[in-house]
Design a protein around this ligand. Sequence first.
Ligand SMILES: [Zn+2]
Length: 286
Amino acid sequence: MLLALCAASHAQQKPEQLAQQSSDAWLGLVDSGKYAESWQEASALFKSHVTKEQWQSALHATRDPLGKMLSRKLKSATYKTTLPGAPDGEYVVVQYESSFEHKQSTVETITRCSTKMGNGESPATSSSNMLAVQLESKRILSMRKVFDFDSPDGQYVADAAVLCCFDHRISAAVRQFLKKQAVERADMIVVAGGAKTLASPRNDFEQAFILEQVRMSIRLHQTQRVMVMSHSDCATYGGLAHFKGDQAAEAEHHRSELLRAGELLTANFPGIAVEPYFVKFDGIGK
Ligand SMILES: [Zn+2]
């Protein structure tokens, strides 16, 4: 997390000390989930750049996943008069080495810019004059959340890689079938034609590309099983019309296609279980 704050400095203390104090206080708000308050504590300039909603959703996206703050140690506080992307002024770059529940070690950088204040002001008041021009978070803020949904973010081992056609008519059947087969974590390789890309590729590139996808699934998600599918009335074969409406002839053709796709997969990935399936409009055959 890279934050930049601007606060008024206190006459009796070094800017570095003040910067650290107000950064500590401000991070405390963020740590305790008081995101709205942390925005409230920012200066008018910051608020004119970032709305409260944007700020909250940025923190939900970047801070929430880190979990509880476990430790935070001051790494450095450096006084600067220039800073990339900011007008010249007095700045203190405060860096912490922090550890969170879900992230062992991270460096938090807070850049605080100072404006001189009268002697009567307390440091506590000064922290309320914080300006944050987010550098990293600005990038995040520029992407507006349009859908709120929590996805599992842990690493996983795939139950199977599934190669099937992108034809929408078969997607529900494939989904239900996988569920029935207890394939919960599938690496879906959804492309026009499905198995055809291996059995009767339109070009060498197509075949190599799909094999590479399977290779990636094996490498990244330790996939041990490849389910390879083709389906009835597939447009890439010219549909059922290509077989003059003869479903038996179509099924027979797909049987040999699936066999060839399976052999290719087995030859490329020995030790991987390959399962061919033919998806029809009334069910799935093997
Ligand atoms: Zn198709």
